[in-house]
Write a protein that binds this ligand. Structure first.
Ligand SMILES: Nc1ncnc2c1ncn2[C@@H]1O[C@H](COP(=O)(O)OP(=O)(O)O)[C@@H](O)[C@H]1O
Ligand SMILES: [Mg+2]
Length: 308
């Protein structure tokens, strides 16, 4: 649905984005994650035909993003910028009606359209509110409602949860999941990793304009984690098991707490079942044998070389 090939936009001094490639299939939520200034908004603006790339290509639904195609692309995409202006002197209804007009939605269909986007964003009660009176969370919801007016297949949301309180963030997450269930393809960016990552089917981690990792959360975690953290739980004296673990090639220093043995393993993953066989073959009663996964936050810090 969204395809990027070797996309580069150079702002000089190493700023911009460099040789980005990725593919986001239809109906997926893609989380584009990276620190401020990494290049998320630049990528998004190229996809929305607001910036031209220096080189490389981008496709939405098979259609190349070029000035000639920009009208068609805009029909497919719903874009919510990170900082969108709201027109303070309007009610929510007037605001949405104004954008219906901008999208050339026939007058007869507007009421139904507005009601449907307010429903999707759980904002029906705000219909008559003045835009100026809206909280940040409400503004984001109305911004999203506006983005949905022309029923786009692809949603591109730049930092949709930024500045939201935890409650509003949960609301935003639920709305995004609801939209995915309707079959929309969703790209969202965030400089705060755990903010929305929990709902993403795919994530990409970008820093200084370069894509450092791309894939499912599990794939990215696995790729990033050089050393596996293994825990073996036994039901009795851990001593014999400890010795067997220590003798196994690839095992680093071994720690024991109660009946759990923990160690870092640097050997091939495929050899781990042999360790389990050796334990059980030597009479060790193994309750649990597991790989401890780093959480996403650790992965992010490790990929972007930031300190916690
Ligand atoms: N129009 C522009 N002119 C010059 N530099 C820009 C422009 N837009 C973005 N940049 C630079 O490109 C880098 C990436 O910016 P941006 O895409 O906004 O990052 P993010 O959205 O990840 O915070 C930053 O260093 C920023 O200063
Ligand atoms: Mg940005």
């Amino acid at each position: 649905m969204i395809k990027i090939e070797h996309l580069t936009r150079d702002f000089g001094g190493g700023r911009g984005i460099h040789d980005l490639s990725m593919h986001i299939p239809k109906g997926k939520i893609f989380g584009y994650i990276g620190p401020n200034g990494a290049g998320k908004t630049t990528t998004i603006k190229i996809l929305c035909s607001l910036y031209r790339p220096n080189s490389g290509r981008a496709f939405i639904n098979g259609l190349e993003v070029t000035p000639n195609n920009s009208k068609q692309i805009k029909k497919i995409i719903g874009y919510m910028p990170d900082n969108f202006g709201v027109y303070d002197q309007m009610s929510v209804w007037e605001y949405l009606d104004f954008f219906c007009a901008a999208y050339h939605i026939p007058v007869k269909q507007r009421e139904q359209r507005i009601n449907s986007v307010l429903e999707l964003t759980s904002s029906k009660h705000m219909l008559d509110y003045q835009v100026i009176s809206l909280s940040k969370g409400m503004t984001q919801r109305i911004g999203l409602a506006k983005t949905l007016l022309h029923d786009p297949e692809v949603l591109i949301l730049d930092e949709p949860a930024s500045g939201l309180d935890p409650y509003a963030r949960i609301e935003m997450r639920e709305t995004i999941l609801r939209l995915r269930d309707l079959g929309k393809t969703i790209m969202l960016s965030s400089h705060i990793l755990p903010e929305l990552a929990g709902i993403c089917d795919l994530i990409g981690i970008i820093e200084k304009g370069r894509l450092l990792a791309f894939g499912t959360v599990a794939e990215v975690t696995r790729k990033v984690q050089e050393n596996l953290k293994i825990t073996v739980m036994v039901d009795s004296d851990p001593k014999p098991a400890r010795e067997l673990c220590e003798q196994f090639p690839g095992t680093g220093s071994v720690d024991v707490t109660a009946n759990e043995i923990h160690f870092i393993y640097t050997g091939p993953r495929g050899a781990l079942p042999d360790l389990l066989l050796s334990l059980t073959g030597n009479g060790v009663r193994v309750m649990e044998f597991r790989e401890d996964h780093a959480d996403l936050e650790q992965v992010f810090l490790s990929v972007t070389h930031q300190k916690a």
